[in-house]
Ligand binder design. Structure first.
Ligand SMILES: Cc1cc2nc3c(=O)[nH]c(=O)nc-3n(C[C@H](O)[C@H](O)[C@H](O)COP(=O)(O)OP(=O)(O)OC[C@H]3O[C@@H](n4cnc5c(N)ncnc54)[C@H](O)[C@@H]3O)c2cc1C
Length: 389
């Protein structure tokens, strides 16, 4: 696997550009800006919203959900590399303080046949104990602090993160300038390299030029000409916030089945998340709260019970739109000379956005890529679009 890391086919010019702009101030855009700024490039981060992390990356809590597979294929290899990189990146920028981030551990429960099979296949290999461990129901209950019906996988370094806090931490660099409240409506080549332009909130025309452009604005990228034909799929999701009860306070780890439930932070558990394809509504739905609670009752019935009586009508939560692409891999790489993208992070942007930023920075600076060629090919937007066609 190490050999094809030497491939030069994914490297750009050896001349490091001085300027870049990034469209999209969610996790993908902030992580890309971070990786470029680290290499000395002056980055302008543009977002249409008045603050960072206003869309899919705006949830109050997200989990580091590394759904490992046993196969030696690009997707499974990518998820493992992305998880390790995400832990490293988090260590660089966010303290484990129980406010912005917790390393409370994460359980993936063997709550249905497909998960049992996945976990059994993983168990055929050796894994370092600091990465993952196999636990029975009794051990899982001990780790979670609440009785578990199922055993499964234990990720000791798993946990939760506050995504807007992560975004803010990633762009805390003097080389990154934020241009918020600026919607990009046109993206075209210019003498300098690329130009983004639009109207600001006051209706004033504006534009931004740089040698390199990075498009990280999720499914909205389809409105920009070079991405109109990209296979980007909007997937609505809703999280449910449930006040802790005296019994649910005992939950110490993130538990995952068909969804996830995090230990209470500031007295509130975050339970996620629903999936509705081709639905772009961000209204809160009582039915989605009920779905999240029903799902929790399946994979962790004692946790659901510990929450006590809950009236879904009264609950808070948040709905947002994920961006997916066929094949479950994000689209990361070069699109045209000087134009790159980090899109379609789907259900696991907290895991994948960081390594995606590193891939782009390496390509832009002509440096050794951080992933083997087999994975870079599977991420390559042009290969993926060609494959679709
Ligand atoms: C309910 C729910 C729960 C989730 N839970 C988890 C979880 O537990 N763990 C996990 O890893 N992932 C989770 N995800 C997925 C994760 O949130 C996403 O993968 C991630 O946020 C994607 O980041 P992004 O930067 O690609 O997109 P976004 O965060 O959507 O950012 C895109 C940005 O582009 C901006 N933009 C769009 N168009 C333009 C334009 N024309 N001009 C300027 N700016 C523009 C938007 O304002 C936005 O800020 C969840 C998602 C949802 C919806």
């Amino acid at each position: 696997m190490a050999l094809d890391r030497q491939s030069g086919s994914h490297t750009a010019s050896k001349t490091i550009p001085r300027t870049a702009f990034v469209i999209g101030g969610g996790i993908a855009g902030c992580a890309a800006a971070y990786a470029l700024a680290k290499r000395g490039i002056a980055v302008t981060l543009i977002d249409r919203a008045p603050q960072l992390a206003s869309a899919a990356s705006g949830n109050p809590c997200g989990i580091l959900h590394a759904r490992f597979g046993a196969g030696d294929n690009p997707l499974h290899n990518f998820v493992r590399e992305a998880y390790l990189h995400a832990l490293k990146l988090l260590d660089e920028v966010l303290p484990v303080d129980g406010v912005m981030r917790a390393e409370c551990g994460l359980l993936q429960l063997a709550c249905k046949p497909v998960e049992e099979k996945r976990i059994a296949r993983l168990a055929e290999k050796e894994w370092p104990a600091h990465l993952l461990q196999f636990v029975d129901a009794a051990q899982a209950g001990h780790l979670a602090g609440v009785e578990m019906k199922y055993g499964g996988l234990w990720f000791p370094r798993g946990g939760w993160v506050v995504p807007p806090a992560l975004c803010a931490a990633l762009v805390r660099d003097v080389r990154i300038t934020q241009r918020l409240g600026h919607e990009v409506v046109a993206l075209e080549q210019s003498a300098a390299g690329w130009r983004a332009s639009g109207l600001d909130a006051q209706g004033q025309a504006w534009s931004q030029e740089a040698e390199v452009a990075l498009v990280c604005c999720a499914h909205a990228a389809k409105k920009l000409a070079p991405f109109a034909h990209f296979p980007l799929i909007p997937v609505r999701g809703q999280i449910t916030e449930v006040p802790q009860s005296p019994a649910s306070k005992a939950l110490q780890a993130v538990v995952c089945g068909d969804g996830y439930c995090a230990p209470a932070v500031n007295g509130v558990h975050v339970i996620g998340a629903t999936h509705a394809f081709e639905d772009e509504s961000t209204e809160l739905r009582v039915a989605d709260h009920a779905e999240n609670l029903a799902s929790l009752a399946e994979y962790a019935p004692a946790v659901r019970q510990a929450l006590g009586e809950v009236d879904a009508v009264t609950l808070n939560g948040r709905a947002a739109i994920r961006c997916s692409a066929p094949g479950s891999m994000p689209l990361v790489g070069k699109v045209q000379q000087g134009l790159y993208c980090s899109l379609a992070h789907g259900t696991r942007g907290l895991l994948t956005a960081g390594i995606a930023g590193e891939v782009l920075a390496a390509q832009i600076c002509g440096a050794l890529p951080p992933l083997p060629k087999s994975i870079l090919d599977a991420l390559d937007p042009l290969l993926r679009v060609r494959h679709q066609g």
